[in-house]
Design a protein around this ligand. Structure first.
Ligand SMILES: [Zn+2]
Length: 277
């Protein structure tokens, strides 16, 4: 009997406590002059702030990549090391700006730190050999698998269009070469449907040397601009324009990255513009 009495007392205490707590919360709410109603009216005109993903190589080992990306003024949203048994590291939340792109532009947008997600991959980058040639080291199979999974997740989460899955070199031609000619753009497209790639049949249809040889420089340059590259509007292939061509080749024609627009480079560009209008 006594036991039950105590039980009732305790229950009453708890109930009383919750009533007091609720009144206190309610009062606090009523006191606040800021009232936001996000239920009654909602807009239909809006889109995502994130428009693209930019791929980089760190040109550093794991330890140095982590140190630089976490302790200095450069950063990325994600880091993929070259260690097999570790996760992909998230260093900056998607809704925050990471400082990975620098001076950059693509598809009429500049300062791409504002609107893109940056992924850094541990890879040594270009190594100059004795004869002055640039040598690149392939990405590991494990890294490629991680890149594919992460890209799929980000593309779906932020509704990113194929053309906006880009390399640092695409958005900063000349200044940047990463992720380099060994980045598997073609495989990512063919095996996982990630990013943009041309159809071979379209490329072949544009391989007409006679038409190509008669084209004014500006007509060719307009095709680069149409796809999204910041191509200078000069009537010549100056060094800045050549850098843009090289950036395009690093992405879509890695077998030849000499910066010269030959028939095949032009045909690939036309095929891309046909597919991603
Ligand atoms: Zn980079």
């Amino acid at each position: 009997m006594k036991k039950n009495f105590y039980k009732i007392i305790i229950i009453l205490f708890v109930v009383q406590f919750f009533i007091l707590f609720y009144t206190f919360l309610k009062k606090d709410e009523e006191k606040s002059p800021l009232k936001i109603d996000s239920k009654t009216y909602r807009a239909t005109g809006y889109d995502n702030r994130i428009k693209g993903v930019i791929l980089h190589y760190t040109a550093l080992n794991n330890e140095d990549s982590l140190r630089v990306l976490t302790k200095q003024k450069v950063s990325s949203h994600y880091l993929i090391t070259d260690e097999k048994e570790v996760s992909i590291y998230s260093l900056v939340d998607d809704d925050k700006r990471a400082w990975h792109a620098g001076k950059s532009s693509f598809m009429g947008r500049s300062n791409l730190n504002d609107t893109t997600i940056g992924i850094e991959i541990v890879n040594p980058g270009s190594q100059s050999s004795k004869d002055g040639e640039s040598n690149y080291i392939p990405y590991t199979e494990d890294q490629i698998e991680k890149i594919a999974h992460l890209l799929k997740y980000l593309i779906e989460k932020h509704n990113i269009e194929p053309r906006m899955v880009l390399g640092h070199s695409d958005i900063a031609p000349g200044r940047k070469k990463d992720p380099g000619p060994l980045f598997p753009w073609k495989d990512l497209y063919e095996e996982h449907g990630i990013g943009a790639w041309y159809d071979e049949i379209d490329k072949i249809s544009f391989m007409n040397l006679e038409t190509f040889s008669k084209l004014p420089i500006m007509d060719i340059k307009k095709e680069f601009q149409k796809y999204g590259y910041s191509m200078p509007e000069t009537e010549v292939w100056d060094s800045q324009s050549i850098q843009v061509v090289r950036a395009f080749q690093l992405h879509f024609r890695p077998e030849n990255i000499n910066g010269e627009v030959d028939l095949e480079t032009y045909a690939i560009l036309k095929a891309l513009n046909k597919k991603y209008e």
